[in-house]
Design a protein around this ligand. Structure first.
Ligand SMILES: C[S@@+](CC[C@H](N)C(=O)[O-])C[C@H]1O[C@@H](n2cnc3c(N)ncnc32)[C@H](O)[C@@H]1O
Length: 308
């Protein structure tokens, strides 16, 4: 990042973005995304790169929320507990409204019905239609191909990885890091998937073990997460396996894995927990910066945003 970029960062720091939290964790997640994209686009606008927003799990562009409408007038019980569906902007629509604008928007969605809905974005944002690329594919395959075969020298991107579960493969993360051009916000599925699969007795079905291998990019997690103890009494010797990690140490492990492929100082050390209504973490929002020269300032912004 050059001196103009650092100056922009100073301006952003003095005008701390107002993030209106409250509501559910999804709104919170999207507020954090918006809070990162705005300074990112402001800084990149002043540099000599073309810069893109890539939404690899784009969904439909909207998100549906359910609201229960309870009438204040008990004389009209028919309206009691009527469910009203409402639409709010999803990550794709949020990105399209960021100022300054990105040079390119790439939206990837695997499910055909969702993809059809997503395609409406070109009509809803006609002034950006030429900048929008819509991809109906598995993002792991598409990202690996684009990351490894494209010349990134004059291009930069910020990538949002917002899966429901453990769909982000480690080989995809490696390909992203290799570009040295992409900053990435990753929802690590800590509580919704990983911790649930890590049974206390270590008896994990082989299918799930393989899924965890694909997520972490190694098999060594098992030996770090479980300890084998040998217990002996008068009659027999038994081997027991015990889980020795908690939510924090599992998250820590993923951060350490990210640090093996991203530049030094390019990974946020404390991911942001996204909590359900009971205060339990569903995901940890992680951040890693791809470009060694830009990593310090990118992590500074991300740290600032993810503390929110
Ligand atoms: C959590 S939702 C994304 C929500 C979206 N970011 C938003 O804010 O509205 C995850 C989406 O990823 C899609 N998906 C799941 N696996 C995928 C894959 N391998 N490649 C691309 N999209 C995928 C799902 O169909 C779903 O629409």
């Amino acid at each position: 990042m050059n001196s103009k970029g650092i100056e922009s960062m100073r301006q952003i720091r003095t005008k701390r973005p107002v993030i209106q939290f409250g509501g559910d964790w999804t709104s919170h997640k999207l507020n954090l995304l918006k809070a990162y994209l705005t300074p990112y686009a402001t800084i990149m606008k002043k540099q000599n790169f073309t810069f893109a927003y890539i939404d690899a799990f784009a969904g439909t562009g909207n998100r549906r929320i359910k609201k229960s409408e309870t009438p204040t007038n008990p004389l009209f019980p028919d309206f009691a507990k009527k469910e009203v569906r409402d639409f709010l902007d999803g990550s794709a629509r949020i990105a399209l409204q960021i100022h300054p604008q990105f040079d390119k928007y790439i939206f990837i969605e695997l499910t055909p019905t969702r993809f059809r809905e997503l395609s409406a974005l070109r009509n809803d944002f006609p002034e950006l239609a030429d900048k929008i690329e819509l991809i109906n594919a598995d993002c792991n395959m598409w990202l690996k191909e684009r990351c490894l075969r494209y010349n990134w020298a004059k291009h930069r991107a910020v990538l949002f990885l917002d899966p429901f579960g453990m769909q982000v493969e480690w080989t995809t993360i490696e390909a992203i890091a290799k570009t040295e051009a992409i900053d990435v916000l990753i929802l690590f599925p800590l509580g919704v998937a990983v911790n649930r699969l890590l049974r206390k007795d270590g008896m994990i079905e082989s299918e799930w073990r393989s899924a965890l291998d694909r997520l972490f990019g190694t098999q060594n997690w098992y030996d770090l997460f479980y300890r084998q103890t040998i217990e002996q009494d008068l009659f027999e010797t038994t081997t027991k396996v015990k889980k020795i990690v908690n939510l924090n140490s599992i998250s820590r492990y993923y951060v350490e894995r990210l640090k093996t492929v991203f530049p030094v100082g390019g990974v946020v050390e404390r991911p942001h927990p996204l909590l359900n209504s009971k205060g339990n973490p569903l995901y940890h929002l992680c951040f890693a910066a791809g470009n060694p020269r830009g990593a310090r300032i990118a992590v500074k912004i991300a740290n600032y945003v993810l503390k929110g």
